[in-house]
Design a protein around this ligand. Sequence first.
Ligand code: ZN
Length: 195
Amino acid sequence: MPITPLHYPLAFGLSKTNKRLLLPGVVVGSVIPDIEVPLMWIFFSDLPDHLFLHSLVGAVTVGTLLAVIVTWLLYPPIISTIFRVDKDDLKEACRLSTMLVFSCLIGVLSHLLLDYPMHWFNPIWWPWVNPYDVVGPLVLLFTPFGPINGTAYWIANYLTSAIMIISWFPILIYYRNRNFWSNHWLGRPPSKQSQ
Ligand SMILES: [Zn+2]
């Protein structure tokens, strides 16, 4: 990972680079690849816990498809129930569209982009390149401090997580008084209030 929710600040930032991108799709895409981790632990414990959904080929195909389904069907009811974000706004933002697919794709790729530097193995080119032959550059940077699957990895991991936590602060502070949850999960204020 870093801890899965820590992918959010990057997803949020990316969603702001183009007004047409849909924050829900980018956010869901940015966490989807990690759903394979517990599944790998349970069902394929002899394989790396990051594999198919952390490969470009798996992320672009199945990862994006899963993200689209989750955003389309699960995101509106869950987010409106837990965070009281307007359900109609969510449904509108999460309806099936080319932009939703594209937003999910951007999210999924952002996950790989963030995971790659801080992992000591990367299935990014799987199945063509052995994941253990692709060491993240940040891990390599810290090899003077210990082994790539030990201290060097943990430093890279903690550093990435710290950067993401710090990146979250401006978002939290900026929206603290302005439709906080709507801006956080929908990417804009509720349409009913802003009219
Ligand atoms: Zn991951």
